[in-house]
Design a protein around this ligand. Sequence first.
Ligand code: NAD
Length: 474
Amino acid sequence: MNPTSTPQEPSFRDSVDLMFERAAALMDLPQGLREKIRICNATYTVRFGVRLRGEIHTFTGYRSVHSEHREPVKGGIRFAPAVDQDEVEALAALMTYKCALVEVPFGGSKGGLAIDPRQWDEDELERITRRFAYELIKRDLINPSQNVPAPDMGTGEREMAWIADQYRRMHTTDINADACVTGKPRSRGGISGRVEATGRGVQYSTQCFFREARDVEEAGLSQGLGGKRVVIQGLGNVGYHAAKFLSEEDGCRIVGIGERDGAIFREDGFSIEEVRAHLIETGGVKGFPGAAYVENGALALEADCDILIPAALEGVVTHANADKVKARLIVEAANGPLTAAADDMLRKKGVAIIPDMYANAGGVTVSYFEWVKNLSHIRFGRMQRRREEANSAMLIKSLEQMTGQAFPAELTERFLSGSSEIDLVRSGLDDTMRGAYGDMRELWRRREDVPDLRTAAYMIAIGRVADSYASLGI
Ligand code: NAD
């Protein structure tokens, strides 16, 4: 057991292991193979110094490789003060299972740098990031064919651009250098829709749940996503996009938002753009006009709502507060927001949980598209878009000639436009999320001993990794 675990409250890493074991117990796997799949293959720890503000500062970073049953391995790099080996290993394990579940052909990895990015200016952060990247690149822990990072908490397009540039400087003749990292800006080899991808995937996963009348009814919710009252924790990349799309496109009402400095509530719902602007300007949610405010941001988790979306960090719903959660559906946008103890308690209460390894898989799915784009050196849609438009125009003309009637003007533009990169990315992501929900649900509904979507997700992922090992002869 991890030293930070208690019998009542397992650590993040132990929670992932417990959830794995619960699923594996329902499968017919040899013990040795089960153990091979569960354990983390390797974790590299690096300590490096950077001269800043007139003195040398030492930083500690990690890159864990959980499973190399497929390569490259994939997983974000987070910048956060409390990052440690256990956290990175738990996150790397989740990446293995996530990629397997959504059929993205990668193994699992994760990286972290113990740093509070808000304490450094942009130039300093660039020097620190490049130095960290240098340490990982020279050991092939960043490499287009072996290990491909992406953004996570505290990192984004900017950091990925620095990492890609650092790789290019160290591998000047690698024609596939752009594919060494995903989540890059569009102008530097990125793909349209990657920034929004994880939040977009959270939206699609929630839509999938609401398409299944029985799942909705058993959770004790009324049918239809429109009008549902949603509380979100963390309005960063993932939380902001999820809340924006659910409120602007699906008609949800965001009635509560928890952030570092407190939580705000408003029964008639927030404009996410306005709250985000306030957050960027003031650094918090406090003082947002027309909202009730409490200083303890964690109270958002206990607020009255239909859907709770924890989108900040792990281990926020524990045995201590799980009983106070009022939501009937939890969509795990963050990785590991529920401890194994909380997960048990909520399942017994009949709360539906869309598990992290599925709900936030939109990021790695679109990262996969970006990696393929980088390797193929061509933007999606470039060859076929105008051809599609010409075909549609011909079809319209033929219909008009055959019927003697004009094609409805309001439909013409939509019908005519060929697929752009963003259309294809969203279509591929939607298809992935629908496919994976269908796979999880089929197993969950078919086998009475599979208690929930999470267990089903783990079983599918473990089964696919096991098949891969079998074909490798292990
Ligand atoms: P981010 O750094 O963009 O945003 C995190 C947000 O959470 C920030 O607004 C921060 O202020 C807030 N926050 C931090 N501590 C908090 C606390 N104690 N209470 C309330 N709010 C708090 O990070 P992100 O990329 O949005 O990642 C969020 C979660 O989603 C993480 O668990 C991450 O692993 C997971 N995730 C991210 C991606 C991705 O593509 N970025 C993909 C998959 C999973």
